[in-house]
Design a binder for this molecule. Structure first.
Ligand code: NAP
Length: 198
């Protein structure tokens, strides 16, 4: 299987969870995968996967946690996109794929900063798509529901066997990267087939 032979992909947060699954699948599909790079001359795809959040009601949350949430979930994808886009534009191809969340479409109690950062990521994705679509660059956001990774704390309220697998999100990334040059799957929502709530 070498659908991405000769391509280079940057995956942030590749050490575990969804990022690890994306890195492994892209590597198996023939892409060279970099965890971090600044001024590479050939970068075909940037996958902004790293994410962080801490649950707390707005009245009790720490502003430092809000700052960190926005830095990791929104500011970093924007800065990294800015860094790689000149190369992609010059080549007239490539992709920026952001790992958003269902929390980027629906607000929930106790996760205000996380939700706001992911809502922001959807807005950034849609705006960037409009800016670079004519250069042949794909821009997309994937919106997963519960995925069985360390991001989701173990609790009796959730049956982890019913959560999405990290590999399922990796498949969505591969689908975008291998889609026809005539099409851009700009937003993909992936939800658990069965509810993980017990
Ligand atoms: N799991 C879910 O249910 C779910 C649902 C919707 C969306 N998502 C999104 O999916 C993405 C991946 O999450 P995951 O579920 O795979 O979670 P995870 O297992 O906790 O992995 C998060 C990754 O982000 C990296 N990261 C966190 N803070 C960072 C920082 N300050 N600087 C650099 N890297 C940092 C971590 O790096 P280290 O390993 O170095 O800490 C880790 O590799 C995130 O954007 C998350 O919001 C997850």
């Amino acid at each position: 299987m070498a659908q991405l032979a000769g391509r280079v992909s940057i995956v942030t947060g590749a050490g575990r969870g969804i990022g690890k699954a994306i890195s492994l699948l892209l590597a198996r599909s023939g892409s060279r995968v970099a965890l971090a790079a600044r001024t590479e001359a050939e970068l075909d795809a940037l996958i902004n996967n790293a994410g962080w959040g801490r649950t707390a009601p707005v009245t009790k949350a720490k502003v430092e946690d809000w700052d960190r949430t926005f830095q990791v979930n929104l500011r970093a994808p924007m800065i990294l996109s800015q860094m790689v886009l000149p190369t992609l534009i010059a080549r007239g191809e490539g992709a920026v794929i952001n790992i958003g969340s269902i929390s980027g479409k629906t607000g929930q109690a106790n996760t205000a900063a996380y939700c706001a950062s992911k809502f922001g990521l959807v807005g950034f994705t849609e705006s960037l798509y409009e800016e670079v679509r004519e250069y042949g660059i794909k821009v997309a956001v994937i919106l997963p529901g519960f995925v069985d990774t360390p991001l989701i704390p173990v609790t009796r309220r959730l049956d982890r066997s019913k959560m999405i697998r990290p590999e399922d999100i990796a498949q969505a990334v591969l689908f975008i990267l291998t889609s026809s040059p005539a099409a851009c799957p700009i937003e993909i929502t992936v939800r658990p087939q069965r509810t993980p709530y017990t």
